[in-house]
Ligand binder design. Sequence first.
Ligand code: AMP
Length: 140
Amino acid sequence: MRTDPDCIFCKIVSGDIPCFKLFEDSHTLAFMDINPANPGHVLAVPKEHWEDVYAIPDSLIAATAQTAKRIAEAANKALHPDGINLVQANGPGAAQSVFHFHLHVLPRVKDDALKLNWGPKPGDIGDIEASFEKIKAQLG
Ligand code: AMP
């Protein structure tokens, strides 16, 4: 299995570091975030070490998303939050701090003022189209 001896999540997967383990299957693990942004904050990770969304194989991101969905359903029933965000960071500019792919399952409380909420504002159509053209060209 792909692993990194310096990665904190790999150490959690191997059992070298403890966690509040909620769920495990052959490819994924879900455990409580130790610095919760809100009560019930959970992380879903692949057991293999893949740094980010660019590196992780399709099958493993799918497996991790399925685990996150299972956790979100359980947290929704157990905690009755006002909502739940699934959040995932890639790179320091996106505030990724652990470079082992993970999905945050983040229960929300109305008006909790987490910085996640950027407040939609109408975009400039020219700017939207310019980004659209660049990304579309990469998709082929
Ligand atoms: P990110 O900043 O998106 O890379 O998220 C990494 C998350 O991992 C943060 O929310 C941390 O609180 C969490 N974290 C780091 N170390 C541990 C740990 N030992 N057990 C549980 N969660 C952790």
